[in-house]
Design a protein around this ligand. Structure first.
Ligand SMILES: C[S@@+](CC[C@H](N)C(=O)[O-])C[C@H]1O[C@@H](n2cnc3c(N)ncnc32)[C@H](O)[C@@H]1O
Length: 377
């Protein structure tokens, strides 16, 4: 069949790829469609055509999945923030679990037995504590759009509220709209300050307070199971994991290149009377060789919580060479995590004991994972 842009076709959806797009097939061509569910038959319009795949826009659901629900947000589909509001929460969890298992098997060569069931978020809406609002002048409409980047990635979708953020952030959105920024592209970060942590305005803090206790519990449980006496908390932000696990080790050191975050980490430790650790303001790559010489490898655990792009290859190679007893890898980007785990585990240097996924980002394609790696003797 010779397909053209704009053609309307019926498609059976047989999978949801990582990122949330449904996957259908037309002869040899793979067709990706957002906002559908595995098992559905849908009518779509072809919007992009390549040699091996096409993209399409959902026109109509012909056979809906039993898991299809009405999205809570009126901007769903146009706004680029959420991908899964049309799927019942239990279905989202099952889909993400399958995606993680598939990805880790394919990229990380990790057996599915190592992946624990995804921990759900107690609050699947109204959970997010930090957002970036953008503004953009819409020339033809002579209007300043204030909101989030659209699902098509080009323009700003004007929004007055967001269903996945904490209610007080919606009040902040109303305030920004009432005092609009000057014309032109600007970004405003809105956040709910955590109660017990000093966090500078532009520094990182975990995005979902509701699942935070489980995240800490997971990291602590992995650490105590490994029995290390020293902890190196890399990419430590305001000291979150190092401080939360300080009583489980004799000594710890946190490394972070955001100097203001490190000053806050020292404050956070002092406020809790924690004095068996220190915080270093530096790039991980610059100080890791020295830190790994300082602590005895057999008694040391390393936490890695890098940005979405993952770790530098040099950092992973150094960990392979020096072989700390345990590496606990925390990530909100399973694809780069699976790539890095594959490197750490190559030639049997480290062994993956388990992976705990946590649904820190309901309604969206994103998911947090914590992996427990042990050095093999
Ligand atoms: C995902 S956040 C994790 C923060 C912290 N572990 C937490 O849970 O709050 C990643 C952190 O790594 C820091 N970072 C990014 N690249 C870095 C590098 N090359 N060296 C040191 N810190 C880095 C960022 O500033 C950010 O605070």
């Amino acid at each position: 069949m010779s397909l053209k842009l704009g053609d309307k076709i019926n498609l059976a959806i047989h999978d949801l790829a990582f990122g949330g797009e449904g996957v259908g097939r037309l002869d040899d061509l793979v067709v990706f469609v957002p906002f559908v569910i595995t098992g559905e038959t849908v009518e779509v319009e072809i919007t992009e055509l390549r040699k091996k795949f096409a993209r399409a826009r959902l026109l109509r659901v012909l056979t809906p999945s039993p898991e299809r629900v009405a999205p809570q947000c009126r901007y769903f589909g146009a706004c680029g923030g959420c991908q899964y509001q049309h799927i019942a929460y239990a279905g989202q969890l099952r889909i993400k679990q399958k995606q993680i298992v598939d990805l880790f098997e394919r990229v990380g060569k990790i057996s599915q037995a190592a992946v624990a069931p995804l921990l759900p978020c107690p609050s699947p809406y109204g959970y997010r504590n930090r957002i970036m609002i953008r503004s953009q002048w819409n020339g033809p409409a002579k209007k300043l759009e204030i909101g989030f980047i659209r699902a098509d990635n080009k323009f700003v979708e004007d929004i007055t509220e967001c269903k996945i953020v904490e209610p007080s952030l919606n009040e902040q959105i109303t305030h920004v709209r009432a005092h609009p920024p000057p014309k032109g592209g600007i970004k405003v970060v809105l956040r709910v300050q955590p109660e017990d942590w000093a966090v500078p305005k532009d520094s990182f803090f975990q995005n979902n307070f509701f699942l935070l206790p489980k995240l800490v519990e997971t990291v602590r449980e992995f650490l105590t199971a490994g029995g290390a006496r020293h902890l190196i908390d890399l990419y430590c932000g305001v000291g979150f994991f190092g401080i939360a696990a300080a009583d489980a080790v004799e000594s710890f050191v946190g490394v972070e290149y955001d100097q203001l975050a490190i000053a806050a980490a020292r404050e956070n430790a002092a406020a809790r009377n924690i004095n068996n650790g220190e915080f270093v303001a530096a790039k991980v790559e610059a100080v890791l060789p020295e830190l790994l010489r300082k602590f005895s490898a057999g008694k040391t655990a390393v936490i890695l919580d890098p940005p979405r792009k993952g770790c530098w290859p040099e950092t992973l190679e150094l960990l392979r060479q020096t072989g700390p007893a345990q590496v606990i890898y925390v990530s909100c980007h399973p694809a780069t995590m699976a790539r890095d785990l594959n490197i750490l585990c190559a030639d049997g240097v480290f062994e993956l004991a388990r992976v705990q996924p946590l649904d820190m980002f309901p309604q969206t394609q994103h998911v947090e994972c914590v992996a427990d790696l042990r050095r093999r003797n």
